[in-house]
Design a protein around this ligand. Sequence first.
Ligand code: TXA
Ligand code: MG
Length: 326
Amino acid sequence: MVTLPEIQHAAAVLKGGGVVAFPTETVYGLGADAANPAAIAKIYALKGRPSTHPVIVHLAGIEALDDWVLAIPSSAAQLAARFWPGPLTLIMRRASHVLDAVTGGQDTVAIRVPAHPVAQALLQAFGGGVAAPSANRFGRVSATTAAHVRAEFGAALDCLLDGGECAIGIESTIVDLSGEQPKLLRPGGVSLAALEAALGAEVGLPGEGAPRAPGMLKAHYAPGTPLMLVEPDLMPGLVRELLAQEKKLAVLSFSTARPPLPGPTWLAAASEPTGYAHALYANLRELDAAGAQIIIVERPPEQAQWLAVLDRLTRAAAGSRAAEAP
Ligand code: TXA
Ligand code: MG
């Protein structure tokens, strides 16, 4: 477990303009002082992320929100009361002092109050806003353990707080409250139905003209190995065919019944979305490390409760194709 001196050290690293990797209940974040442009530049350099992409500002509690936004819309107050601290990020018009390095030059800022006790302790000890993208290299699979973070960045980090496995396992839900109607920019830990219930209003889905968001890129969350999403009824035939071609496979299936052939790395996924999401990035990393030529993932059902998982898998498949392209 993380000790108080470790938290105090991490807060001092942030104050000194360093980078601290820390756990949240969604995924690990790569944090820097959100008021220090040089510190934020370090995150971008570590991730290899384009500098026009905005980052989320993490706060210890809603009390600090006033400092970061132009005004708090009533929809934000409603959602914050219901879901903060928790896996929800809200996009609002930014206060004038918020750095372009944080917002990517946009007039909005993304704010999240995480619930993880280590993240809370760090934010309270630091006292300010912590700009933190997910702790992975740009476009790659997010990190849900400290070992994943080490595998991404090794010794390049000033400080890494090990808070164990992230409970939720996929990134926060992002809702844009800067326009007329609340809009879902990224499905995640809080479902669309739960958002709409809390607001008593419909939440729009992202369409044309949505703000720039790398989490919304078609290619993202991608392993290095090509990844195919396959309909359940086509799985057995495809696996047999590829094995007959002597292809080395790594498979994420809902079934624990491996085909009666030697070879493939076979991981069984949880049959419900919460468990599936919790293990998703660790599973993708394990499949990627198997030295296979193809990763095959059995497609989860097209149902509302699978929205966030389907979103990540679709982008992982697209991202792995992009990696394959010359
Ligand atoms: O669960 C999470 O949200 C994690 C943990 C560490 O908090 N963070 C995370 O950060 O996923 P990141 O940078 O990997 O993804 C944040 C997404 C990006 O797609 C970014 O473009 C979008 O939020 N974003 C940030 N500020 C924005 C803004 N002002 N307008 C639109 N999108 C924004
Ligand atoms: Mg990310």
